[in-house]
Design a protein around this ligand. Structure first.
Ligand code: AMP
Ligand code: ZN
Length: 497
């Protein structure tokens, strides 16, 4: 079995393997840290996270690089409006982004790289391109890439640029009037008054966005990457430009495989502030939704299919997680008869193999989820009939574990994440945006799992000793702190609200 992955570059689904057979060296375009991340951004980052988790489960090592774009026009504008250095402005949004990744169970790449920490390397890249005749400096000091020098331009997005050279006569940005060809793109922007600028071997100024990604990708991953990923909007011009710069420099293929994540819609429409359907992760959490539900919804549709984000869908995702977590609790806390039921063994191995073959099929997460939910349903039915035996349990828990290595929704860390978003909202003076549901979820953050276990044990012992006053008091105390106790025939189970 192998992972078949659609490759935008070839336009076909291909078996994906790293060039050295062991370590997947890949790059995913990261955030521009001028604002809080929205759920569209996170669809892409969650999709890349599913890829990385699945590659690891398949036995590969990972070298995953993601940039943080911490200098660009919007950042400069916003920082200037506030009268602070760009670093002070971006720091807060970078920290928020990394925290949001954690809330959503998105693993940190092996290497995070900030654009502002790689300026000399970018200048050096541009100088080398100039030496090859692929870059030139305009009168104002800006540098441009000479598209003429790269006949393969358009090979990723399959755009045909022949005959599109409109010379200096076409309509263009006022800043870019001295380009030789309208298609040429900026590598380096000459300094302007009051804008962040660096002194470098190619003169003062700041890097364009495209050169950042080429420079940092090749610095950490070498001249040819196994894979490069991003949202579908980046295919053109960003990724096309990355290819032109990198391949003009090295003469080698820049990335063997390109993965593009389809844009997310909200309630059937393009997400936009003017339509009032624009949501950051933090907005949704303050409305009372759990990060785990948001992650499950984002993974529930394969990355190349349109994902329509709806509030109904979010409630369904929350219910699905309840079902999964309850199932796991049932397995862990139930009293099972000795023995092993071969029919259940069969169910488990079928589910695991269906989950993997679905993911091998261009990361079909919808089918993989269906395989696990079928298992939950069938095993619950079997358990109700007393047909699940003690020796079936480890394999079942192992299947759930393999599922969660990819989907990462079973371990309940919502309370802690929601609590820190509540604290952030208070610090930002947005108390009125915090819903009662959000506060309810955040309540149990004060108690660790271990602390809950101790109280649950005391509660059970008090009940056994018929000290109901004490056992009830503990139950009420836990409830006040957001932990619910359930007395089942198999004993006491607990969960966070
Ligand atoms: P940005 O911070 O705007 O550079 O975007 C970070 C990542 O989010 C990029 O890979 C974008 O392609 C991706 N992205 C932005 N909007 C959406 C959306 N609505 N759906 C999916 N991905 C998106
Ligand atoms: Zn990029």
């Amino acid at each position: 079995m192998a992972l078949d992955l659609f490759n935008t570059l070839s336009g076909r689904t291909e078996e994906f393997t790293p060039a050295d057979g062991k370590t997947v060296r890949f790059y995913a375009c990261g955030p521009t840290v001028y604002d809080y991340g929205h759920i569209g951004n996170f669809r892409t980052f969650v999709a890349v996270d599913v890829l990385r988790r699945y590659l690891r489960q398949s036995g590969f090592r990972l070298m995953h690089v993601m940039n943080i774009t911490d200098v660009d026009d919007k950042i400069i504008r916003n920082a200037n409006q506030r009268g602070i250095p760009i670093g002070d402005y971006t720091k807060k949004f970078e920290a928020a982004f990394l925290e949001d990744m954690k809330s959503l169970g998105i693993e940190q790449p092996e290497q995070l790289s900030r654009a502002t920490e790689h300026i000399p390397e970018m200048a050096d890249f541009i100088r080398k391109l100039a030496e090859k005749g692929a870059a030139y400096q305009a009168e104002d000091g800006s540098w441009y890439f000479r598209i003429d020098k790269f006949p393969e331009y358009g090979k990723l997005s399959k755009k045909d640029f022949a005959g599109m050279n409109i010379g200096g006569g076409g309509r263009m940005d006022a800043d870019e009037y001295d380009k030789d060809d309208a298609r040429d793109f900026a590598l380096w922007k000459a300094p302007k008054d009051g804008e962040a600028s660096w002194d470098t071997e190619i003169g003062p100024g700041r890097p364009g966005w495209h050169i950042e990604c080429s420079t940092m990708a090749m610095k950490y991953l070498g001249e040819t990457l196994d894979l490069h990923a991003g949202g579908e909007d980046l295919m053109f011009p960003h990724h096309e430009n990355e290819i032109a710069q990198s391949e003009s420099l090295t003469g080698k293929i820049f990335a063997r495989h390109w993965m593009h994540v389809r844009f997310l819609l909200v309630e059937g429409q393009k997400m936009s502030k003017s339509l009032g359907n624009f949501y950051t992760l933090r907005d949704l959490v303050l409305m009372g939704h759990k990060p785990s539900s948001i992650r499950l919804l984002l993974t529930s549709v394969p990355y190349r299919k349109q994902l329509n984000f709806t509030f109904d869908g979010l409630l369904q995702a929350a219910n699905s997680i309840e079902r999964l977590r309850n199932f796991k609790l049932r397995l862990e806390t139930g009293h099972w008869e000795e023995g092993e039921n071969p029919a259940v063994v069969q169910m488990v191995s079928k589910a695991v193999s269906e989950m993997r073959s679905s993911l091998d099929d261009d990361l079909n997460t919808a089918q993989a989820l269906a395989a696990i939910f079928d298992l939950v349903r069938d095993v619950n039915t079997a358990a109700d009939r007393g047909e699940v035996k003690k020796n079936n349990i480890p394999a079942l828990l192992d299947a759930l574990n393999r599922f969660d290595e990819i989907f990462a929704v079973l371990v309940d860390e919502d309370a802690a994440h929601v609590k820190s978003i509540v604290d952030w909202a208070k610090a930002e003076g947005m108390e009125e945006k915090i819903s009662p549901e959000t506060l309810e979820i955040a309540k149990s953050a004060a108690l660790s799992d271990a602390q809950v276990e101790v109280l649950v044990k005391e509660h059970s012992e008090a009940r056994k000793a018929k000290d109901f006053k004490k056992s009830d008091a503990i139950r009420d105390q836990l409830l006040a702190q957001g932990v619910v106790l359930e007395n089942t025939k198999d004993g006491v189970r607990w969960k966070r609200k």
